[in-house]
Design a protein around this ligand. Structure first.
Ligand code: HEC
Ligand code: HEC
Ligand code: HEC
Ligand code: HEC
Ligand code: HEC
Ligand code: HEC
Ligand code: HEC
Ligand code: HEC
Length: 454
């Protein structure tokens, strides 16, 4: 559609009549029976665009037509939310700058739109999201914990690339922060500086102090709820050798049903009304986020989890990682919509069993490690020490694949990329351990190190 001529005008004129209306949207206390009117979730809708907003749209339809085209398809555009509502900030905001088109006026814009801004109209989603590992924990490792790995090793520190050399930032800017997020830093003109923006990290830390990028799942500028419900919305981050969740999903029975029948499902039902019938098998969103049966939609993906399946030893979640006992009950409620209690309980107990086996391997590996440490048979640099390198693969790659494969019914990952490789890695670790203990020295060069395919 060429909106540079007529259609944009047409589109605006359908919305252009300035009607102010106030639509309170009722969030029901329970999902069955009559809505609980005492708990009212209100969204204020200003239908129609102000003259300032129309200026943004008209000029940007020329300058950045792709953005305007996506935005036009969004539900928010249809309810009168425009560039102005998201990108215009007060002059006092740390992010206040001026785009070419508003220079010299008293309008200030920002290319960044923080979750705080979305929260002005969507406080419920933002509060839930803030409690999740997506917002709370995701940016942490990139910022502080793994400086050694990111800068000294991947960034070439050990081959002489200095911290002041821009090259040293490449692994972080192109890798970690694109998934995890990181702090956006500003230049003197209050625009974000390179290497910290653009980024698509879920835990982006914005200059206004808020954490979390809302548009990684329902992408700007169409902000599509249907897109977020599809498994691919999670796949830009949840993939690969260390957390192959999309691969596991595709090979699961649920994924297979999605792949063969998903094109016939109804994806755009209103929030809280997307229920079995619209679909016949769950997606990532169904299990981890969406309202289903008497469960409400949650933007806290930590809420429905029992185990910690990401760290070295799996434990039932507590503290900042959630409440595992509650999580287990909530997840079982999801399954109950389509499976019998017997089916769900027995599946979940086989997950518990897989976790217990992985933990047994990990405990064994830790015991050998402590032994070697006491006898000073470990190198200081763990990345040139065969035993320690394998120990990393044991939990971070093979061990996660086995546990997450078991959790989400991905047999190939639970087995061939999981437990099968766990036993191989473990045997190699045993061999190194036995050699070091027998000869009371560290082997010269580890053959496993250079061939480790894990
Ligand atoms: C509902 C809020 C919202 C609306 C409405 C909105 N945007 Fe955005 N926009 C965003 C978000 C979120 C980002 C990503 C910001 C980030 O990376 O921190 C963004 C990024 C941008 C960027 C910078 C990224 C790039 O690709 O260059 C531009 C330019 C932009 N928007 C223009 C517009 C224009 C023009 C309109 C109106 C037609 C508009 N936006 C409407 C939320 C919005
Ligand atoms: C007269 C044209 C014009 C108008 C009006 C205009 N813009 Fe822009 N805007 C531009 C141009 C040109 C760019 C730079 C595009 C590029 O870099 O290729 C830009 C860039 C942007 C960016 C990206 C960040 C930046 O600072 O470069 C955002 C966000 C943005 N505009 C938002 C807005 C909003 C919100 C309004 C309305 C208040 C608006 N624009 C009004 C022309 C305009
Ligand atoms: C000025 C208020 C306002 C702001 C700011 C705002 N929204 Fe919205 N949003 C709305 C309204 C109004 C609706 C439509 C509600 C409806 O139709 O039920 C909506 C709907 C949505 C939907 C549902 C779309 C669908 O297909 O059903 C999503 C997702 C969404 N917004 C995300 C965001 C994100 C992400 C941000 C920040 C980048 C944001 N919103 C900022 C007012 C806003
Ligand atoms: C392709 C996207 C992606 C990239 C790139 C990526 N991660 Fe991750 N990372 C994830 C996902 C997804 C998880 C969560 C896995 C889970 O919960 O099972 C995760 C988990 C983690 C965890 C464990 C969670 C925690 O809070 O302790 C750490 C630490 C971590 N990543 C650090 C990094 C660092 C450092 C880099 C760059 C050197 C990096 N990641 C690169 C997606 C990514
Ligand atoms: C991890 C992916 C993901 C992220 C990040 C995300 N959303 Fe969503 N969002 C979803 C999914 C999935 C749905 C649809 C839930 C359903 O099935 O009804 C949704 C639905 C919505 C809706 C529609 C109303 C509702 O509750 O169902 C709004 C509004 C919304 N999101 C706003 C936001 C805001 C604001 C943020 C940032 C704080 C955000 N989203 C971040 C995945 C995400
Ligand atoms: C832009 C990247 C990105 C996208 C998209 C994304 N995630 Fe994540 N997710 C992460 C990162 C990074 C972590 C690790 C957080 C941490 O440090 O513990 C994570 C962690 C998780 C966890 C574990 C939470 C915990 O408490 O340990 C679940 C479950 C999860 N994501 C589900 C989803 C689902 C479902 C979707 C899609 C609807 C999704 N994610 C989309 C990056 C992403
Ligand atoms: C049938 C429901 C279901 C579907 C579909 C599903 N998951 Fe899961 N997911 C689970 C269960 C159950 C667990 C394990 C919960 C526990 O800890 O007890 C889990 C665990 C996870 C974890 C590990 C959290 C941790 O402890 O580190 C991540 C990450 C995750 N899922 C992401 C995804 C993504 C991404 C998708 C889609 C590609 C997806 N899930 C599809 C049910 C599902
Ligand atoms: C929307 C409905 C739906 C939900 C929710 C759902 N499933 Fe399923 N599930 C199915 C369908 C349909 C099949 C395929 C049954 C068949 O093969 O005939 C299936 C198959 C399975 C299978 C493969 C074994 C078998 O019986 O075919 C397992 C395991 C499984 N589901 C576990 C779960 C778990 C655990 C949960 C909750 C975390 C869950 N499902 C949630 C619909 C669902």
């Amino acid at each position: 559609m060429n909106f540079k001529k007529r259609p944009l005008g047409l589109f605006l004129s359908t919305l252009g009549i300035i009607v102010w209306c106030f639509i309170p949207i009722q969030a029901s206390g329970k999902k069955t029976g009559f809505p609980d009117l005492s708990k009212t979730k209100q969204i204020e809708i200003k239908r129609g665009f102000s003259p300032e907003a129309i200026k943004c749209i008209e000029c940007h339809a020329q300058k950045t037509p792709g953005i305007v085209e996506s935005w036009k398809t969004s539900r928010m555009a249809h309810t009168g939310v425009s560039c102005y509502d998201c990108h215009v900030v007060p002059k006092s905001s740390p992010m206040a700058s001026q785009c070419e088109g508003v220079r010299g006026t008293n309008i200030y814009t920002s290319p960044m739109v923080s979750s705080k801004r979305c929260g002005k109209c969507h406080p419920t989603e933002v509060h839930q999201f803030e409690k999740s590992a997506h917002a709370k924990l995701a940016p942490r490792p990139v910022d502080k914990k793994l400086v050694g790995l990111i800068y000294e090793l991947e960034g070439g520190g050990f081959i002489g690339v200095k911290r002041t050399d821009p090259k040293n930032w490449a692994p972080r800017a192109t890798g970690c922060q694109m998934c995890h997020g990181n702090k956006i830093e500003l230049g003197p003109d209050h625009k974000p500086i390179k290497n910290t923006w653009p980024q698509s990290g879920i835990g982006t830390v914005y200059p206004d102090g808020s954490i979390g990028n809302c548009v990684v799942c329902h992408t700007r500028h169409s902000f599509d709820i249907a897109q977020a419900r599809k498994p691919e919305a999670c796949a830009s981050c949840h993939l690969g050798p260390d957390h192959p969740d999309i691969e596991i999903y595709y090979e699961s029975k649920h994924g297979q049903i999605f792949l063969t029948q998903g094109d016939k499902w109804r994806w755009d039902s209103a929030p809280e009304t997307w229920e079995p019938g619209d679909y016949t098998a769950p997606t990532c969103a169904t299990c981890h986020m969406s309202g289903i049966g008497d469960l409400h939609t949650t933007h806290n993906i930590t809420e429905r989890l029992k185990w910690d399946l990401v760290h070295k030893k799996s434990v039932i979640r507590t503290g900042e990682r959630g409440d595992g006992y509650k999580g287990e009950k909530l997840m079982e409620k999801v399954c109950a919509n389509c499976h019998s209690t017997l089916h769900t309980k027995q599946f979940m107990s086989s997950l518990d069993n897989a976790v217990a086996l992985y933990n047994t391997y990990w405990d064994g590996a830790t015991k050998m490690y402590n032994d070697l440490k006491a006898k000073e048979l470990l190198k200081k640099d763990k990345w040139s020490d065969g035993y320690q390198e394998l120990m990393y693969y044991l939990w971070h790659h093979t061990g996660r694949r086995a546990r997450q494969g078991a959790a989400m019914n991905g047999a190939d990952y639970a087995h061939w990329h999981g437990f099968f490789q766990i036993f191989q890695v473990y045997k190699d670790m045993q061999a190194i351990y036995n050699y070091r203990i027998k000869h009371n020295k560290i082997e010269e060069l580890s053959t496993v190190m250079s061939s480790a395919p894990y």
